[in-house]
Design a protein around this ligand. Structure first.
Ligand code: UDP
Length: 252
């Protein structure tokens, strides 16, 4: 498969160095041939968390596909003179996946976001991509990951719906930990951890204008939308990326 050929070391993780179209072809292959595979999309925030979070590291180590989300990581790869081909944001990948699923008849399940958001995203996307089969949606209550009954309920729901593609939109590291823990048992061919993608699709959160995303300013836009939460993430936590950039510079 494509992704085996494309792996390279990058900072504290590995990356599959693919274009958007190669990534989609790989996911298409996985839908047809895999069982319990999952995809992670590292951004600056994940790289910073990966440095210290052993559970996230474990989840990353078992990911079938690792796609780079966000311009800053592309810049760092250029600085290292081992450029990553293309930024593949979860929120750009998601509509492309819906298009692919509609064309090929793949069934999708949306898990995550606040109550009602996953269902709203399904309605909007099915209108946008005629033929798209969303076989189930569920936005679990906060704290669900510590509630074994809730976990069982989610597992039954997904297994009953039998999707080909599962979208897990719980934010990092919750979505990666969920996929690591349950993808194997769920047996869905491929799952993807896609952060705020359901919110974007439902129109709950506005996406940054394309020029801002293209210039690596998505973080600035997101601070304006949710100052309390995003300012801490982008201005305090993610500043550590500069030190990490230097730390991993010499890596082969
Ligand atoms: N979320 C959730 N359950 C939780 C924690 C988060 O469904 O227990 C959702 C939240 O509603 C949002 C997404 O996970 O839709 C996280 O978005 P975030 O902004 O962290 O994503 P990213 O910036 O990584 O795309």
């Amino acid at each position: 498969m494509y992704f085996v050929m494309s792996r390279m070391k990058f900072m504290n993780t590995e990356i599959d160095n693919l274009t958007m179209s190669e990534a989609l072809q790989t996911i298409d292959q996985m839908v047809q041939h895999s069982h319990g595979a999952y995809v992670v999309t590292p951004n600056v925030d994940h790289i910073v968390q990966l440095e210290k979070n052993a559970e996230l590291q474990k989840a990353y180590a078992h990911a079938a596909l690792i796609l780079t989300d966000g311009k800053p990581l592309i810049w760092i790869s250029k600085f290292y003179k081992r450029p990553i081909k293309e930024k593949i944001s979860g929120s750009d990948l998601f509509p492309e996946l819906c298009k692919l699923a509609a064309k090929k008849g793949y069934r999708m399940f949306f898990l995550g976001a606040a109550e009602g958001v996953a269902a709203k995203a399904a309605v909007i996307l099915q209108r946008e991509y005629p033929g798209l089969q969303v076989c189930g949606t569920y936005s679990p209550p906060y704290g669900f990951e510590k509630d074994s009954q809730e976990i069982e309920k989610i597992k039954k729901m997904i297994q009953g719906a039998a999707p080909d593609i599962l979208i897990v939109a719980l934010g990092a590291p919750k979505q990666e930990k969920f996929m690591y823990a349950y993808c194997e048992t769920l047996g869905v061919p491929v799952s993807l951890g896609l952060g705020a993608s359901l919110d974007f699709a439902a129109g709950n959160i506005k996406r940054a204008p394309k020029w801002m995303a293209d210039h690596g300013l998505e973080w600035l836009f997101r601070i304006t939308q949710d100052p309390k939460r995003m300012a801490k993430r982008y201005l305090v936590d993610d500043r550590k990326i500069l030190g990490l950039m230097l730390k991993y510079r010499k890596q082969k």
